[in-house]
Write a protein of this length. Structure first.
Length: 337
């Protein structure tokens, strides 16, 4: 089910271009209705199971409900998290394949890949080190494909923090409770993992020179940029007039300089510009809704619904064709035994 809806969303976003964030609200509604961001726990095995999900998805976005600005903005934030995670995933995989797995040799001249040569110099187990690289990949995949689930969890933390800080400002016990609440989120757990791996990358870089130094210091710098952005989501200042601070918040995510004084590699990069452009389309719709009293979001829904319906049908047919081919191949293999 997760793969089905993920493929649908990818196609919608690719077709929507800079208006992709406007579609994010509908996918958040589908996510809340189907709970499809389950990392593949629910498997669709036949036409009936696909059609059941297809109908449930459309029912969730066809149901009329009162416009909720906070939920709309949360959906945009989920889309931004998705864009950031996907971009860093691409960079991380490329760095792994082009740098960590580049041809190198051990000190005795035997050929190997660069991560193995580095680990020999550092006295580290290359299997354990490579596993940590894969942990970053897995986290970024999870943040990309389960962005709604992650942001809904973080929203509950924001509200918990807001309510309890109001009840007991500057109370050490309450501050500890709030900190513990944040640590239970997928986002906070992911940040802790990235901080640990980033620190190890920095330590490795300090102990090496040349290409081996660059291998680790570049990974450290990108992880620091990612950690900064994810902290921007976790520690977002939730308030009723959230739309007024969105632009400042995005500026923080892509700040020019990181906390350690190093330049942020994503500042004014392609990702930064894409997020600004996509968010501008979404906020323009918000201006029409709030200032011009134009029911822009209802119009958005009316345009997006048939588009999503068509894509659900298209992807369903494609998935069923692939499923049939896979089943036939399995039967053929069994017949040869």
């Amino acid at each position: 089910m997760h793969q089905y809806m993920e493929t649908v969303r990818n196609e919608i976003e690719a077709a929507a271009g800079q208006e992709a964030y406007l579609a994010s609200s509908l996918f958040m509604r589908i996510s809340q209705s189907l709970d499809y961001e389950d990392e593949g726990a629910r498997v669709l095995e036949n036409k009936e199971s696909y059609e059941a999900i297809q109908h449930q998805a459309m029912n969730s976005i066809n149901t009329q409900s009162e416009f909720n600005l906070d939920k709309e903005i949360l959906a945009w934030q989920a889309a931004i998290l998705r864009d950031i995670s996907r971009e860093f995933y691409t960079w991380w995989v490329n760095h792994k394949e082009q740098k960590f797995m580049a041809e190198d040799c051990f000190q005795d001249g035997e050929s190997c890949i660069r991560i193995e040569a580095s680990c020999e110099k550092l006295g580290l187990n290359p299997t354990e080190v490579f596993t940590s690289l894969l942990e970053v990949e897995y986290l970024l995949t999870r943040l990309t494909t389960s962005c709604n689930k992650v942001m809904l969890e973080v929203e509950r933390y924001w509200k918990f923090k807001q309510v309890n800080e109001h009840k007991a400002p500057d109370n050490p016990f309450m501050n500890k409770r709030i900190a513990l609440e944040s640590q239970g989120t997928v986002l906070a757990e992911g940040i802790a993992l990235l901080e640990d791996i980033s620190q190890r990358c920095q330590e490795n870089a300090k102990a090496l020179a040349g290409a081996h130094h660059l291998l680790w210091i570049q990974a450290h710098q990108m992880l620091q940029s990612l950690i900064h952005a994810l902290n921007g989501f976790l520690h977002y200042d939730y308030q009723q007039d959230a739309e007024l601070q969105l632009n400042n918040w995005v500026d923080y995510l892509f700040t020019k300089t990181l906390e350690n004084g190093e330049p942020n590699p994503t500042y004014h990069g392609p990702l930064h510009h894409r997020v600004i452009a996509n968010l501008a389309q979404a906020t323009q719709c918000l201006v029409q809704h709030t200032i011009r009293h134009n029911d822009a979001f209802t119009q958005r829904d009316n345009i997006m619904r048939p588009f999503i319906s068509q894509t659900l049908e298209k992807v369903k047919r494609m998935e069923l064709t692939n499923l049939k081919m896979s089943q036939e191949a399995q039967r053929h293999q069994l017949s040869l035994v």
